[in-house]
Design a protein around this ligand. Structure first.
Ligand SMILES: Cc1cc2nc3c(=O)[nH]c(=O)nc-3n(C[C@H](O)[C@H](O)[C@H](O)COP(=O)(O)O)c2cc1C
Length: 173
């Protein structure tokens, strides 16, 4: 699959087969996250792999739109480390880039995934912080549910010329 095809055909997948993800594949897609661009190349991320069902149950209580975690064999919590910040305030941007790399790499490997927003919702951040006993410098940014897909989704048409502005705010003629 070439890059553009992966970008266009990736969809949020919320139904998963009852099939484990091999450890080497998990590591490969985490590696893709670690190759994301980051401000001053500070790579301020950590990844918590969640496979235990009781932890996924706790996450479903902490997050109102995460019921697909029940069937997902793996969840990845992407966290920023403010102690690693050289440029203040960039950790959510860097960790978002890592999250997107993971979604695309997973899709390329035949896995389905969905990004579950955590940051900047304070209640979700605090609840997740408690579940994993995160130290104060570790900030949860996103949860990713992952597994072999049990649903098919079509490619929507999202190209929108009105959102392209040439040399300023004017709309293209
Ligand atoms: C920051 C962010 C937060 C999201 N949070 C959720 C969520 O809590 N639950 C969920 O099912 N999907 C969540 N999504 C997935 C979006 O609903 C999805 O990306 C969007 O509908 C577009 O569909 P697509 O991913 O198939 O292109 C989130 C996506 C982003 C980028």
């Amino acid at each position: 699959m070439d890059t553009f095809e992966a970008i266009k055909t990736r969809r949020s997948i919320r139904k998963f087969k009852n099939r484990e993800i091999p450890d080497d594949l998990t590591e490969k897609i985490i590696e893709a996250g670690m190759y994301a661009p980051s401000a001053r190349n500070q790579q301020p991320w950590h990844f918590i792999l969640v496979t235990r069902q009781e932890l996924k149950e706790k996450l479903m209580k902490a997050h109102p739109y995460a019921s697909m975690l029940r069937e997902a064999p793996l969840a990845i919590l992407v966290c920023g480390d403010t102690d690693l910040e050289l440029s203040h305030g960039y950790w959510p941007v860097d960790c978002s880039a890592a999250t997107q790399n993971i979604l695309l790499a997973a899709h390329n490997e035949g896995l389905g995934s969905v990004w579950l927003g955590v940051y900047p919702r304070t209640e979700r951040i605090n609840a997740i912080r408690t579940i994993f006993s995160l130290p104060p410098n570790i900030q949860p940014l996103s949860l990713i549910a992952l597994g072999y897909p049990a649903e098919d989704k079509k490619v929507p048409n999202r190209f929108n010329r009105d959102r392209i502005h040439i040399n300023g705010w004017q709309i293209r003629e």
